[in-house]
Write a protein that binds this ligand. Structure first.
Ligand code: NAP
Length: 237
């Protein structure tokens, strides 16, 4: 499969590296490849410059959002939530139509400092906003409720724990389930919440997740739903 991972931050890199390691063809999307490769300073949270990461992953191509989206059969949104619409607009709607978009972003709003708020929130969500703005996409929200290292390697957290799916397209969710299985998520660990409007709940988990990170002092944790065993999907999608 050819994946276009839109986003050059730690999340995009982690997902791109894992997908490539599984044998997929991967292109990473950015606003301007030359600018991204020319950065020399560490990013937020001490992330090394993209060029240093790229040197260790020579099989992964960097391209402008539009070229990446054109080449990817499946797209991953790993951009900052406040700019995801801008990034996807840059990707060009003509390159999005009919494609599965796996949305792992969170609409964190740092405009009033830390901890961030969420925008949109409550009666809307980033997942819905993306689906509404680009109706040709088949958006599946998943993996946004955990650190990116756990996304691609659930074994980092001991015991059973869960990952959620939200989306309107049953086939798209089936494909994402299979991808999650290939990352190491057991079938029983994947909980289908229903349509894309259920992205509201998993995005609103973020304030709690951020508080837990502060309390625990690390990011290798996740949610385990006691009582979820054998429940399957209640969402009806
Ligand atoms: P990030 O810093 O949140 O986002 C980086 C990406 O946003 C870059 O590709 C950047 O483009 C793009 N971007 C920034 N401003 C832009 C603009 N004005 N227009 C278009 N694109 C713009 O990266 P991250 O920390 O890897 O997080 C990615 C997403 O995953 C976020 O939504 C985050 O909330 C979510 N998430 C993170 C974790 C985690 O473990 N950190 C876990 C779950 C979910 P350039 O490449 O051109 O610079």
């Amino acid at each position: 499969m050819r994946y276009a991972v839109l986003g050059t931050g730690i999340v995009g890199r982690t997902l791109a590296g894992r997908l490539s390691g599984l044998g997929h063809e991967v292109v990473v999307g950015t606003r301007d490849p030359a600018t991204t490769l020319a950065r020399t300073g560490a990013g937020p949270m001490g992330t090394p410059p993209y060029a240093a990461w790229q040197a260790g992953h020579p099989g992964i191509r960097l391209a402008a959002f539009a070229e990446a989206a054109r080449d990817g059969e499946v797209l991953v949104n790993a951009t900052a939530g406040q700019v995801s619409i801008a990034a996807l607009t840059g990707a060009d709607a003509g390159h999005l139509d009919g494609k599965l978009l796996i949305d792992v972003a969170n609409p964190l709003d740092f405009s009033r400092g830390f901890p961030p708020g969420l925008d949109p929130v409550d009666r809307d969500s980033l997942g819905e906003l993306i689906q509404r703005t680009f109706p040709g996409l088949r958006v599946v929200k998943t993996l946004n409720t955990m650190n990116c290292a756990v996304m691609v390697d659930p074994g980092r957290v001991a015991g059973e724990h869960h990952v959620f799916l939200s989306g309107d397209d049953a086939d798209a969710k089936k494909s994402v389930r299979e991808l999650l299985n290939s990352f190491g998520w057991a079938e029983s660990a994947v909980l289908d919440l229903g349509g894309i409007e259920t992205a509201r709940g998993v995005e609103m988990v973020l304030p709690l997740w951020l508080r837990l990170m502060g309390t625990l002092g690390h990011t290798d944790f996740n949610f385990h739903l006691q009582g979820a065993e054998g429940s399957g999907s209640w969402g009806g999608h």
